[in-house]
Structures are given as C-alpha cells and as structure tokens.
Design a protein around this ligand. Structure first.
Ligand SMILES: O=P(O)(O)OC[C@H]1O[C@@H](O)[C@H](O)[C@@H](O)[C@@H]1O
Length: 363
C-alpha cells in the first residue's frame, strides 16, 4: 500500500449538513480508503492470528454480496437510518453510525473529531476514560484522539489543536457501497485560540468510515496559503484491553525508537521471537519506519486488533503509563498504539495536500 492516492470512496447519500448534497458527495469522494487501496504491500510476520482480516472480510463481502444500502433509492437522505447526529455525553454534539451488516457501530464527537466508541461484534474495541468530564474544556480521553499539527509537546498545546477544536460536520451518511461515513472539517477560520496561535492557512478534513473491513479514519490536510508549513500528526488509538500487563504489540521488533521516558534516547526494539512486545512496565516510545501493519493482542480476551496504516504515517507510538501517576486511573485497561508522522515533520508547500489513513480490524 502506498500513500492512498486514489480517492475511491464513492459518492454517498445521507445528511448533507453544510452546502447540500453536492458538498456531501464531493467531500466523500476526496477521501481515500486504505481498505481499497490497490497494490497493498504485505508486511512480514505482522499477522498475529495467521489470517488477514482485510482480505478475508473483503472476499466474504464479495462472495456473499456486499451489504450495500438500499440500492434503488438514491434520494438524499436514504440510508440516514444508519446515521444520527445529536447531543451525546455532556450535551456535546455527536455523530452515531451503524453498519448493520457487519454489526459495527461508531460514535464521533465534533469536539476534537474524536471517535469515542467503535463496537465490533458487540464489544467496544476502544477505551473510554471514566475521568472525562465531557464539558468541552479538555480534550476527550477516549477512542481515537487526533493529534495535529503537533504530536506530543512543543510550541503549541500538547498534541496540537485538532483534539481541542470543535469540528464542523460536512457529511454523515451511507455511501453507495454500503459503507457509512462522516466527514468533519476545521480550518484557519475555525474559532480556536491554538489555531490562531499556529497562524497558517489550512483546511483539515477527517473522514471516519465503517465498512465490512472495519473502521477507517483518514485525515486530509491542505495548505491553502501562500507559504509552506510543517506539522506532525498521529491517530492516538486507545484500545481497550482486559489487562495491559497481558497485552502485546506485534510489528515493532527490531525497529529504531526514541524513548520519550528517557529524554528521547534512541534505541532498537529487541527481538521478541514472534511472541510480541509484552507491556509489563511504563512505555512511551516513538518507533520510526513502522510496518504497514501492526497489531495489538489482548490475551485476556484472546482478541487481535489490527492496524493497517498508509505509508504517509511511517511511525508509531506505543504508550501506557503503567501506573496512575499523572495519567488516568483506568491505565490497566488501555493500550495505545498510534500510527504517526512524527519522527520527521511533514512539509506542505503552498497548495499541496497530505493524506494519512488507518484501517482498524478486530478478530
Ligand atoms: O495526556 P495526553 O496529553 O493526552 O497525552 C497522553 C500521551 O500521549 C502519547 O501519545 C504520548 O506518547 C505520551 O507522551 C503522552 O503522555
């Protein structure tokens, strides 16, 4: 899989929340789908369960007939029963989507465009902190906080403004292939102090899509100004695990890393003999050149969470504080594996765009 160059998501039907159906369709088309990207390169020894979720799911969908939305009716609003927009926790605005054929559900808050819940086969794959106040004052610690235009500490607020800003929903509905999708956007026009502080002209679009192959999140950044800017970014996945001390990460052995718990000291991850990296102490490492596919294994639930990422996200962080100090009382029940473009800054010249995407699957 290279950078997802082909914008192959079909036009959709659903709630066009700004600018009518034309906006909705055009927006949906612009987002690449990792699942559909041609020429995917297989990473060796990544597949902890010995099967390829993506291929199996796609093949079955083809054989059994894609669980598409009602094919005949193309009116705007058809398929909207899969999607609702309204107040969630604390009255914060939320998009809720269902992909009934594959028994998946997802919720995305406009605060930070944060995916907070992804239910697959009845279980929530993502972790939600019980300490969230849902008052809009702080980023939501749950699911998939979006880190942009700064991953980690730096001149801006920790992890940038994306998770602090309120995003505008520009599409929420069912695509012609039966996938359900919401697209949210922010730009330099968005009312947010940290965005003003950054000072660059940009738009960012974030697409969240449920399909038979799983949950896809896709961030598209466009430099709409006349001068170059740079950024770092990450999908800060909080995966729910039965007990983090029995969880393992696959795909990172032998990779170079910067150890954030040790002033960014560089090292190389030890070989794990195929058993995966055991999270038995605090870890906060940024791995460079991470493979296209990673996995987290929850031994307590015998569950494999698979992550497929675009080449434009060459890095990955593994994080768990392994203790309550400075973090969250729920630390035992999450493991963060975060596709990132962070070891080197992404430089966008005037008029250029960048797209980073991940596809999550579970078995
Ligand atoms: O507490 P925050 O700002 O949400 O960040 C949580 C963690 O996020 C991780 O991505 C970082 O690698 C950690 O260093 C950081 O502590």
């Amino acid at each position: 899989m290279g950078a997802p160059a082909a914008f192959c998501a079909p036009a959709g039907r659903g709630l066009a929340l700004r600018g009518g159906a034309a906006v909705a369709s055009a927006t949906a088309r612009r987002h690449a789908r990792v699942a559909a990207a041609p020429g995917a390169r297989r990473a060796p020894r990544m597949d902890a369960a010995g099967t390829d979720f993506d291929d199996v799911a796609r093949r079955l969908a083809e054989e059994l007939g894609a669980p598409a939305a009602d094919a005949g009716d193309k009116d705007e609003g058809a398929g909207a029963e899969n999607v609702s927009v309204g107040p969630g926790n604390g009255g914060l605005m939320r998009v809720s989507m269902k992909h009934a054929a594959s028994n998946q559900e997802v919720e995305v808050y406009t605060l930070g465009a944060t995916v907070t819940t992804w239910k697959a086969r009845g279980d929530d794959v993502l972790w939600v902190s019980k300490e969230n106040k849902w008052d809009g004052a702080k980023p939501i610690r749950a699911g998939i906080p979006l880190c942009f235009p700064q991953f980690g500490p730096g001149p801006l607020a920790q992890h940038g403004f994306a998770r602090l800003a309120t995003w505008e929903v520009v599409f929420a509905g069912t695509l012609d292939d039966g996938s359900v999708q919401t697209v949210m956007t922010i730009s330099d026009k968005t009312d947010n102090d940290v965005i003003r502080e950054w000072g660059h002209a940009f738009t960012a679009e974030y697409a969240v899509t449920l399909s038979p192959t799983g949950l896809e999140t896709s961030l598209r950044v466009v430099n709409t100004g006349t001068a170059a800017f740079d950024f770092t970014a990450a999908f800060h996945n909080y995966f729910a695990v039965t007990n983090v001390s029995e969880a393992r990460v696959f795909g990172i052995e032998g990779l170079p890393y910067a150890d954030r718990l040790n002033d960014g000291a560089s090292g190389t991850e030890a070989a794990d003999g195929g058993a995966g990296y055991l999270v038995d102490k605090a870890v906060d490492k940024l791995y460079s050149g991470a493979p296209e596919e990673l996995a987290a294994f929850d031994f307590g639930a015998l569950k494999v969470i698979k992550i497929k990422k675009s080449a434009s996200l060459p890095d990955a962080t593994v994080w768990n504080p392994f203790g309550e100090g400075g973090c969250d009382g729920g630390w035992k029940n999450f493991l963060c594996v975060e596709p990132a473009a962070a070891a080197d800054k992404v430089v966008l010249e005037a008029g250029e765009e960048w797209l980073g995407a991940q596809l999550l699957g579970v078995e």
